[in-house]
Design a binder for this molecule. Structure first.
Ligand code: FAD
Length: 411
C-alpha cells in the first residue's frame, strides 16, 4: 500500500526542483516542509527595511549555468552584474592605500594559482599560505566570507572541486522571492517535519506529526547538519558510512548584519566591496548600498560568525556600528538606523549556512550521492557537484536526483 510514488523532504531550492521534475514525469509525490514557508535558505523579507532583503542567498552565482538567472531575466527583474573585486581594504583601523590594495589583488591571483597547482594528499588551505597581510586578506575573501569556513578548516580538494562562480548577479527583487516564484505552483505540506523514515518494508514510510506517508522512494534534501542531529531518524539504521559523511560535511557559517544608513554615504558607491582585516581574525566585509538602497550589509564568516551567533543580535549590530565609526569617525553613528542580524545556526531545520568537507574528507559528498537501498536518495546544495553551496546548484541537484528516481521507478 503506498500513498504516492515519491516523498520529498524539504521545500528549499532542491526539494521544489525535485517535485517539479517528478511531477513532469507523471509520478505522484508528497512534498513536506518543516517550516511554515517554502524556500529554505532562500528567503527574501521586506520586514526589516521595507524593501526586499535576502536573509539567505542573494548572489545568483554562475549566471551562465544558473537556471534561476534566465527566469529572473524573463520576469523582467532588475539584475546587476557584480564583479566581486575588492574596492576598499582596511587593515585594522587604517585604510590601505592603492599599493596595498593592488598587492592584495595580486595575492588573490597567487592564492588561486597555489590552490590549482596543489598536488598530492589533501590538506588544509592554511598549509599554502604565507603570513603576508595581502595573502591574509585574499584568504578571508575566499575563505570565511565565501566558503563559510576558516582557512585551517577548508579542504583544498573540496575547495578545488567547486567551480569558479563568475559571473555573479544580484536581483533587486530578491533571490528568495525568485525561488518562491519558482515553487509557487507546487503543492507543499508546510509545518510538517518528517521525524522518521522506515525503510524495512517494500518501500519507505515517512512518519510526520500529521501521519505517515508511504511511498516507493524518498528524496531527502535536509542539510547534512540536520541529519547529523538526527532530526530525521532512520529505521533500520542507515549504514555507518552515511552517518560518517554527515559528520564530515559540517556546516560553514555566514552571518549578515545589514544596517540602514541615513543621510550619508561616506564616499562609498553602490555595490562597493569593502573588507576590514581585523584583530584576532574578526574580519568584516561590507556590501555597500546595493541598488542604491540606504543599506550597508555587513558579513562575518567562519568561526567568527558562529561566535557572533552565540553573542546575539545586539552584539552583532554594535560590532558593525563600531567598525563604521572606526572607518568614518564617531559622527557616522548618527547615520546608523535600523539593523538586524541573520542567524542560520539557530534555524533548527538548517543549522548553518552551507556544508564544507573537513580536510581529507572530500569523499563524503560522493558517499551521500549514492542512494541507500535504491530508496533513500539525498539531494541539495551539499551534493551539487561544482556548484556546491549555491542555490542554483541545489536546484540542479534536486533535478538530477529526481531524474535518477524516475529511472529507478521505471526499471
Ligand atoms: C546567509 C547565507 C547566504 C547565502 N548566500 C548565497 C548566495 O549568495 N548565493 C547562493 O547561490 N547561495 C547562497 N547561500 C546558500 C544557499 O542558500 C543554499 O545553498 C540553498 O538555498 C540550499 O538549498 P537546499 O534546497 O539544498 O537546502 P535548504 O534551503 O536548506 O532546504 C531544505 C529544506 O528542508 C527542510 N527540512 C529540514 N529538515 C526537515 C524535516 N525533518 N522535515 C521536513 N522538512 C525538513 C528545511 O526546513 C528546508 O526548508 C547562502 C546561504 C546562507 C545561509
Amino acid at each position: 500500500m503506498k500513498d504516492v510514488d515519491v516523498v520529498i523532504i524539504g521545500a528549499g531550492s532542491a526539494g521544489l526542483a525535485a517535485a517539479k521534475t517528478v511531477r513532469q514525469a507523471g509520478l505522484t509525490f508528497k512534498l513536506v516542509e518543516a517550516m511554515d514557508r517554502i524556500g529554505g535558505r532562500a528567503w527574501t523579507s521586506s520586514e526589516h527595511f521595507g524593501v526586499p532583503f535576502d536573509i539567505g542567498c542573494a548572489w545568483l552565482h554562475a549566471g551562465d549555468r544558473n537556471p534561476y538567472f534566465p527566469e529572473a531575466q524573463a520576469a523582467g527583474w532588475t539584475m546587476y552584474h557584480h564583479d566581486m573585486e575588492l574596492d576598499h581594504l582596511y587593515l585594522r583601523h587604517q585604510k590601505a592605500d592603492d599599493i596595498a590594495l593592488a598587492e592584495m589583488r595580486r595575492a588573490d591571483v597567487a592564492l588561486r594559482v597555489l590552490l590549482e597547482s596543489h598536488k598530492g594528499e589533501d590538506d588544509r588551505l592554511s598549509s599554502l599560505l604565507s603570513g603576508s597581510h595581502a595573502m591574509r586578506a585574499a584568504t578571508t575573501f575566499i575563505g570565511p566570507m565565501d566558503f563559510g569556513r576558516d582557512d585551517d578548516e577548508i579542504s583544498i580538494a573540496d575547495f578545488n572541486a567547486a567551480a569558479d562562480l563568475e559571473p555573479n548577479y544580484f536581483t533587486k527583487e530578491g533571490f528568495g522571492a525568485l525561488v518562491a516564484r519558482f515553487g509557487g505552483d507546487v503543492e507543499v505540506e508546510l509545518s510538517t517535519p518528517v521525524r522518521k523514515i522506515r525503510w524495512d518494508g517494500p518501500g519507505v514510510a515517512c512518519e510526520t506529526d500529521r501521519g505517515t506517508i508511504r511511498a516507493s522512494v524518498v528524496i531527502v534534501t535536509a542539510s547534512p547538519a540536520v541529519l547529523a542531529f538526527e532530526e530525521i531518524k532512520f529505521f533500520p539504521d542507515i549504514p555507518d558510512s552515511y552517518v560518517e559523511a554527515f559528520f564530515d560535511l559540517p556546516m560553514g557559517m555566514l552571518t549578515k548584519i545589514p544596517v540602514a544608513i541615513k543621510g550619508g554615504r561616506f564616499d562609498l558607491k553602490p555595490f562597493d566591496d569593502l573588507l576590514i582585516e581585523r584583530h584576532a581574525r574578526h574580519d568584516l566585509y561590507f556590501l555597500c548600498f546595493p541598488f542604491d538602497l540606504d543599506l550597508m550589509v555587513g558579513f562575518v564568516g567562519g568561526a567568527f560568525a558562529w561566535e557572533m551567533s552565540a553573542a546575539g543580535e545586539a552584539a552583532g549590530v554594535d560590532f558593525v556600528t563600531d567598525r563604521i565609526c572606526d572607518m568614518f569617525g564617531n559622527d557616522a553613528r548618527k547615520h546608523v538606523g535600523r539593523a538586524m542580524m541573520t542567524d542560520w545556526g539557530a534555524e533548527r531545520f538548517v543549522r548553518g549556512a552551507y556544508a564544507a568537507a573537513r580536510p581529507g574528507k572530500v569523499g563524503a559528498r560522493a558517499t551521500l550521492m549514492r542512494p541507500v537501498a535504491d530508496k533513500i536518495f539525498f539531494a541539495g546544495e551539499a551534493l551539487a557537484g561544482p556548484l556546491i553551496q549555491t542555490c542554483g546548484g541545489a536546484r540542479l541537484s534536486g533535478e538530477a536526483v529526481a531524474r535518477d528516481v524516475i529511472k529507478e521507478l521505471a526499471a
